[in-house]
Design a protein. Structure first.
Length: 525
């Protein structure tokens, strides 16, 4: 944002020193083509006035770190009689000049809506006056510019006020953060501009600048402040807000659906999964903004590789949510113990229906879920936890290994009993199944006996013991089912000598399976 204080050149008014009267001949100055007025034509120029010093113009200060509000001040100096020393006067009184309580010094107060759009690759901002005649406002947000045009502030009064002008914004406006910036002209600091978080505007000129002002002048100008309507100040029964200003009350009409239209909701999406589990636990977190929100709809669906997932224990009929965990059923938590919302399973949304209705027929797997929240208070946080199950077969998961399963959530609000929908945001979460089986996971080795790789039985046969060890693997994050161990004496390019192969066989009753869980090993066969 830009903070600028502009002081244009002096207006040509006040005491003249040329001793002549301004006069231009008209028809009344002539009779029978003869000049009868006895006056000489004359137009005042700068040389006809007592010389006044041109005031400096402050350049833009674009180093603002807070982009939530901006301030522009423009003053004009007009000649008046009497000269007073700034040093003498500021010692008498240093109370700031409160423009808010001086209605006669306020020319106009108006509200302006600014909208910035990209046009041909460049940002373009358009301005329009906010209607105050009861017209329903349909802006994108509650932000607007508060514009004040002031006039006729004597320089002597400004000096008596210590070179400080203040103005208090009405309580119906919110300023996010605060501003304190230098006002400069030709790289020289001539004062400061401050807007605090309570909406108090303070313009303070330094002594050098104040001493440069002639006392026989008055000041007029304007300033703009980017602010936001406090949604809590809107009357819920009418959708209107009345703003009290020094020049009179101004009423703005935001409509009865202002909570749906202008209420903000932030959304976050995340998941948790135990490595060997078939289930993924998803969490949707909603956080309401200042003033809260109403008629919130959350639509959740899978957008990539949805063939291997399905929602768990979510009914097709709209059902009120539990507020505590119960197996794999969905449940909701709230930061202020509000009544839980409802949920239902339905088909995925389409281009013609952002919020799909509940259906009685068969849902095309996996479908989507709709979570409805009737109302959210200011700053309220709600979370929905639900579960999704991966396909049971390892073969399907193995074919989808390292492929992203993408889940998307869209948040809307809807005006009651209408088709009007407002988009509030979206979130996304990605789970990538990993099933890795290699020599790090499965190892085969010879068991030695008495230092030898074999032993003889009583019949003179050579017995060779093998051990196959299979680990889950640290990289895996899915359960592995239907797994088969296969051991070959002769397989593809791994061959046993053909002359010896006829004399080698497996000992069928020698296969024993041991399962290790933690520190315990059990024999399974």
């Amino acid at each position: 944002m830009v903070y600028a204080l502009t002081l244009p050149a002096i207006t040509l008014e006040g005491k003249t020193i040329c001793g002549m009267e301004e006069h231009t001949h008209t028809e009344e100055c002539y009779q029978d083509d003869k000049l009868i007025c006895g006056k000489e034509e004359h137009q005042h120029t700068e040389d006809c006035y007592e010389k006044e010093e041109e005031q400096p113009v402050e350049e833009e200060n674009t180093n603002d770190e807070n982009e939530d509000q901006s301030l522009v001040v423009e003053d004009e100096v007009v000649n008046e009689p009497e000269i007073v020393s700034a040093e003498e006067d500021t010692q008498v009184q240093t109370t700031p000049y409160d423009l808010s309580s001086h209605k006669n010094n306020i020319d106009t107060i108006k509200f302006v809506y600014k909208k910035t759009e990209m046009v041909n690759g460049k940002e373009q901002t358009t301005e329009s006056d906010v209607p105050t005649d009861g017209t329903l406002l349909t802006y994108d947000n509650l932000s607007m510019t508060y514009r004040v045009l002031f006039k006729d502030i004597p320089a002597t009064t400004l000096k008596q006020s210590g070179g400080v002008i203040t103005y208090q914004l009405p309580e119906q406006f919110i300023i996010k953060g605060s501003i304190n910036k230098n006002v400069t002209s030709d790289n020289k600091v001539i004062g400061t501009i401050d807007v605090n978080s309570n909406g108090l505007v303070t313009i303070t000129y330094n002594s050098d600048f104040m001493n440069s002002l002639e006392a026989n002048t008055t000041v007029k100008g304007s300033f703009d402040i980017d602010a936001q309507i406090n949604m809590n100040s809107i009357d819920s029964s009418t959708g209107k807000v009345t703003i009290v200003t020094p020049t009179g009350n101004i009423t703005l009409n935001y409509g009865l659906d202002y909570l749906e239209h202008y209420g903000s909701v932030a959304v976050e999406k995340s998941y948790k999964k135990e490595k060997t589990s078939d289930y993924i636990e998803y969490t949707i977190k909603l956080t309401a903004g200042d003033g809260g929100c109403k008629n919130v709809y959350v639509v959740d669906q899978f957008t990539q590789n949805k063939e291997i997932v399905k929602y768990v224990d979510i009914p097709q009929k709209e059902t009120k949510l539990n507020t505590a965990k119960d197996g794999y059923k969905p449940f909701e938590n709230s930061s202020n113990s509000s009544s839980a919302g409802t949920i239902y399973l339905t088909n995925a949304p389409g281009s013609d229906q952002k919020i799909p209705d509940a259906i009685t027929g068969t849902v095309t797997t996996p479908g989507s879920i709709v979570w409805k929240v009737a109302s959210m208070n200011s700053k309220e946080v709600r979370t929905l936890i639900y579960y999704v199950k991966l396909n049971d077969t390892t073969n399907n998961l193995y074919n989808y290994r390292n492929k992203n399963i993408v889940n998307n959530v869209q948040v809307y609000t809807k005006k009651a009993d209408t088709s009007q929908i407002y988009n509030k945001g979206n979130g996304e979460s990605t789970f990538t199944p990993t099933i890795k089986i290699d020599t790090d996971v499965m190892k085969k080795s010879l068991l030695t006996q008495d230092g030898e790789n074999y032993k003889k039985d009583k019949d003179g046969n050579y017995l060779v013991n093998y051990k196959i060890e299979f680990n889950y693997g640290s990289d895996n994050n899915c359960s592995i089912k239907g797994f088969q161990f296969r051991d070959y004496l002769d397989y593809w390019d791994i061959n046993t000598d053909s002359k010896m192969l006829r004399y080698i066989s497996y000992v069928e009753d020698s296969v024993v399976l041991h399962v290790k869980k933690g520190l315990f090993i059990s024999k399974c066969g």
